[in-house]
Write a protein that binds this ligand. Structure first.
Ligand code: PLP
Length: 398
């Protein structure tokens, strides 16, 4: 906690100046938005970029030859390069960026347009069976599509540690074999909030397997470096990273397997969404991902510590590793918990009656049973210490 306390002191003024840039937040001082894992709020710069694009020269991309159309085409191409730079791509000439509506669409396109071309009879996919449904269904769909063509592929469960939910990379080394061609991972778990230590996975799976990262809960929250993680695909949702709904991207490196070029006729791209995404990435870089991470991890740690003092609550996922520099698994911006008697849905209503907007269900987690609901608090840079303390005060009263 000492580490966390210190992080308030040097980041408080910085955070206040950023929070003021979110009109929806400042317009509702009595409400606390604590559901950023579902979708984020947008800073003024993004709202202005949207207006500027729509008022200053809205046209289709890659089609017309008049100035608005040319400018739109150039903006989309610039946005692709922006995504590469944002992900620390060391070889932008060897990678591609495809705009999609979000992580769900991006992962499905990899599964159905690319993976089915890669795999042969007897090959194996390793997939996370307790992460977001969006990072399991596509791989099962790819397996079924291949089975219809007479190609038998196995989907093997990614091993995980009991309790924390983190991947078990030691056990993973025993699961992968010469037929493991593709490994699907999540960077930050959308319920447990843990950083899933994906940097340890390449060593466990060896140099040849394709690694695909669902970065829906990490892009926009912490620095994501494709070079450091040594992954082949990164997929994320722009709307969770301060851009408009309907935006997202697939970053693909051509190092293992064929070039990723989604099949079929794409139609008109979401040009205004892409403009918003490029501006959101500029805003995030200027704000500093390392500081955003430290702020959100600090708030999540404060909330976790507060909850652990309340006997009636169970915190899901990792319990330890609260400080930002912990060598063991650390919690990013998400904390999920449940009360021993009060239903999570009811708890959500109670919290909203006090102005706290949280999510309470099973959060689209693959394999979740009806009784698995929890309250999820998910934070972003606009959230404050006062909001976390206010939430804890209400929970304490229960
Ligand atoms: N993956 C993770 C880890 C998520 O948290 C989410 C959304 O909550 C998704 C995938 C799906 O994202 P989208 O709904 O933007 O497609």
């Amino acid at each position: 906690m000492i580490e966390v306390e210190r992080s308030w002191e040097d980041l408080t003024d910085w955070q206040r100046s950023l929070r003021e840039q979110f009109p929806i937040i400042t317009a509702h001082p009595d409400l606390a938005y604590l559901d950023s894992a579902a979708t984020s709020q947008k800073p003024r710069a993004v709202l202005e970029a949207v207006r500027e694009y729509l008022v200053g020269g809205n046209a289709n991309a890659g089609r017309g030859t008049y100035p608005w159309a040319n400018a739109t085409t150039a903006m989309v191409e610039r946005a692709r390069e922006r995504v590469k730079a944002f992900l620390g791509d060391p070889e932008p000439g060897r990678s591609s960026v495809h705009f999609v509506s979000g992580t769900t669409e991006g992962l499905r396109r990899i599964a159905l347009d690319w993976l089915t071309e890669l795999l042969d009879d007897g090959d194996e996919i390793v997939a996370p069976f307790a992460d977001h449904q969006a990072n399991l269904s596509p791989w099962l769909e790819a397996r079924d599509a291949l089975a219809r063509r007479g190609v038998g592929v196995r989907v093997v469960e990614m091993p995980r540690q009991a309790g924390s939910g983190d991947y078990d990379t030691e056990a993973l080394a025993g699961v992968v074999g010469p037929r493991t061609r593709f490994v699907a991972l999540t960077h930050v778990h959308h319920v447990y909030g843990g950083d899933m230590n994906v940097h340890r996975v390449r060593e466990a799976v060896g140099p040849d397997a394709v690694v695909c990262l669902d970065a829906a809960q990490s892009v926009g929250h912490l620095p994501v470096s494709v070079a450091e993680l040594d992954v082949d695909f990164v997929v994320f949702s722009g709307h969770k990273a301060l851009a408009l709904p309907g935006t997202g991207a697939v970053w693909a490196r051509r190092a293992r397997g064929p070039r990723f070029s989604p099949s079929g006729w794409d139609g008109t791209p979401n040009t205004v969404g892409i403009a918003s995404l490029a501006t959101a990435l500029d805003w995030l870089d200027a704000a500093g991902l390392e500081r955003i991470d430290r702020w959100c991890a600090g708030l999540a740690a404060r909330l976790t510590e507060g909850l652990l003092e309340l006997a009636a609550f169970e915190v899901l996922g990792c319990q330890l590793s609260l400080a930002g520099d912990s060598p063991v698994q650390r919690r990013a911006s998400i904390v999920a918990f449940r009360h021993e008697r009060i239903d999570s849905g009811d708890l959500g209503f109670v919290l909203y009656s006090h102005g706290f907007m949280v999510r309470s269900d099973s959060h689209c987690q693959a394999g979740a049973e009806p009784g698995d609901g929890s309250v999820r608090v998910s934070l972003h840079v606009y959230n404050t210490v006062e909001e976390v303390d206010g939430l804890l005060a209400v929970l304490r009263e229960l």
